[in-house]
Design a protein around this ligand. Structure first.
Ligand SMILES: Cc1cc2nc3c(=O)[nH]c(=O)nc-3n(C[C@H](O)[C@H](O)[C@H](O)COP(=O)(O)OP(=O)(O)OC[C@H]3O[C@@H](n4cnc5c(N)ncnc54)[C@H](O)[C@@H]3O)c2cc1C
Length: 401
């Protein structure tokens, strides 16, 4: 195993870290209330998005033929890590991941040639933004059990229903959405659709006020007699669950790389702080209790990194191993604990608005999106031969006969 990046990838990483520090930081954030005007936040978000697009960030792993940079999964993860490291607005990096891995990669993998040529170039260049919607109020972890219906008409489908927790919805130009074409049809009952913002019958609710990832806009999406033409079905009728699985495969690996970069940034900042901050006439880092905490933080970062790049390698090689990453590449408790440690080591400064407390807030949702930690563990348990298998009916006891 070679854990070194080649010189080209190293150069790309440095370029992305530098670009993110210069151009992407200081976003307005999507917070309602005074000073948090969402129009202003949306304009600022789109401006930074266009800059990121010009750097090849918003289409990094899309083939060059469709306007992307053609990176493989390992290099795309390296880019996302650099983005997380340079960009203090983890929400922005998260939004890039949701656009790229949950929306564009399914288009790459399931789109017809005509669809790829029609939709991908503007989504890669930063001109347009994508969102992916499957979650509904009654269908969270049980994602395939959704209620949004798509009824077949001669010239297309009519969508009715609604999505919640849709990342990028308030700014999205294109939605990749799942709807039931055969309700109760299980895995083959869903179909994915490409729906353009502004299509009659599609409306987006106001941005949510979240505890973390403030720079990533999120909203409900509603469909009321929303007509979608036939050429906007993605992957064919009944292929929705496969489209969703493909998006999760990318998201569970490469999106989480942004968090690695955030962990590195906070770790470096905390290491510098404990070397400078003096109490009792010595730097606080000279106390073993402090240095051990820094060591634990370093080990958390390094082990998360190993798992993530192993997952990215597997993704690039087409592995379908469910026990090895991608699922554990989420790094489970590592991010949140690293954030808590950073807050602790900054003392009272740690609870002021800043990078350490932001990591705690931004790490909390990472235990929920792309399938909760518990659902990931169910997947791994199943791959180990355990978990939710139905037991065989037991023979009735004598008394019951
Ligand atoms: C920041 C963020 C961004 C998101 N972006 C998107 C997006 O762009 N598009 C989209 O469609 N969705 C998105 N989501 C929604 C996300 O996919 C869901 O929140 C997630 O699938 C969990 O569903 P739920 O919130 O309804 O929780 P529930 O499914 O109600 O789960 C609640 C709790 O019960 C546990 N639980 C449920 N079932 C089981 C089980 N069988 N075994 C063990 N434990 C179980 C869960 O692990 C969790 O702890 C986003 C969520 C977040 C937090």
């Amino acid at each position: 195993m070679n854990f070194d990046f080649d010189p080209e990838t190293r150069e790309m990483r440095e370029m992305v870290v530098g670009f993110a520090r210069r151009e992407l930081n200081g976003g307005a954030g999507f917070r309602p209330g005074p000073g948090g005007g969402t129009d202003e936040a949306a304009a600022d978000f789109r401006h930074r998005w266009q800059l990121a697009g010009k750097q090849g960030i918003t289409g990094s792993c899309v083939p060059a033929a469709y306007g992307g940079s053609g990176l493989d999964a390992v290099t795309a993860a390296a880019l996302m890590e650099a983005l997380g490291q340079g960009c203090t607005d983890t929400g922005f990096a998260f939004s890039v991941g949701a656009h790229l891995f949950a929306s564009l990669m399914p288009l790459v993998e399931f789109g017809t040639e005509e669809q790829k040529r029609r939709w991908l170039p503007a989504l890669c260049s930063g001109e347009r933004i994508a969102a992916h919607g499957i979650t509904e109020p009654e269908a969270g972890s049980d994602a395939l059990n959704l209620r949004t219906r798509a009824e077949r008409r001669e010239d297309g489908y009519v969508l009715n229903g609604g999505k919640c927790f849709t990342t990028n919805a308030p700014v999205a130009d294109v939605f990749v959405v799942q709807a039931a074409t055969a309700p109760g049809g299980g895995y083959f009952g869903l179909t994915a659709f490409i729906v353009e913002a502004g299509t009659p019958g599609l409306t987006v609710g106001p941005p949510y006020d979240k505890t973390g990832l403030h720079g990533s806009p999120m909203a409900d999406v509603h469909f009321e007699d929303c007509h979608v033409p036939l050429d906007q079905v993605l992957g064919g009728e009944g292929a929705g669950a496969s489209v969703f699985t493909s998006s999760m495969k990318w998201e569970r690996t490469c999106l989480f790389a942004a968090y690695l970069g955030t962990m590195k940034r906070v770790l470096d900042g905390t290491l510098a702080y404990v070397g400078e901050r003096e109490q009792f006439g010595v730097p606080i880092g000279s106390n073993q209790a402090v240095s051990h905490r820094i060591v634990d933080m370093t080990l958390r970062y390094e082990s998360a990194r190993l798992m993530l790049y192993k997952a990215a390698r597997g993704l690039a090689d087409g592995s379908d191993d469910e026990i090895a990453p991608p699922s554990p590449a989420r790094g489970e408790r590592g991010r949140l604990q690293l954030g808590l440690d950073a807050v602790q080591l900054h003392g009272a400064l740690g609870i002021l608005t800043g990078e350490a407390e932001a990591l705690v807030r931004d790490a909390m949702p990472s235990r929920i999106f792309s399938g909760t930690n518990e659902i990931q563990k169910n997947n791994i348990a199943r791959a180990l031969g355990l978990g939710a298998r139905r037991s065989r009916p037991r023979p009735r006891s004598r008394a019951a006969r």
